[in-house]
Design a protein around this ligand. Structure first.
Ligand SMILES: [Zn+2]
Length: 132
């Protein structure tokens, strides 16, 4: 891409403005940000982020409810029944932690899908190209 600094840029010290090669307008191109991925992948990213939020909330609720139930009924007796309950409670807590871990991974993927990249964008025709 052959860029020529527009005369418009002399009025603006902060942003660099270029002439647009697509619509042949002087000084309409400025630094901007655009989504890195296509629309369907960004939708997936939003779904992942929502799932991550729900999964994390569920995991925390599971851990909290396990904690509350062990607080209400302390398992001090050394009966086989109590041991079973401890095991069940441990599994529930592990399940909750698992939910949180999966949620964090989902959230990270969602965030990746929603990343934006630096571009130059034409204010008139919307023409963009990478700014690297
Ligand atoms: Zn243009």
């Amino acid at each position: 891409m052959n860029l020529r600094r527009s005369s418009v840029s002399e009025r603006n010290d902060v942003e660099i403005w270029f002439d647009c090669n697509a619509c042949k307008t002087a000084g309409t191109i400025s630094p901007s940000k655009a989504p890195k991925f296509k629309k369907n992948i960004r939708v997936l990213g939003i779904v992942f982020a929502a799932l991550s939020f729900l999964g994390f909330a569920m995991g925390v609720l599971i851990i909290l409810s396990a904690g509350v139930s062990s607080f209400i009924a302390p398992l001090s007796e050394k009966s086989p029944e109590a041991a079973g309950q401890v095991l069940a409670l441990t599994l529930v807590v592990l399940f909750g932690v698992g939910c949180c871990v999966i949620a964090i991974v989902c959230g990270f993927l969602g965030w990746l899908f929603l990343l934006r990249k630096k571009v130059y964008k034409c204010a008139k025709c919307g023409f963009t190209f990478d700014r690297t």
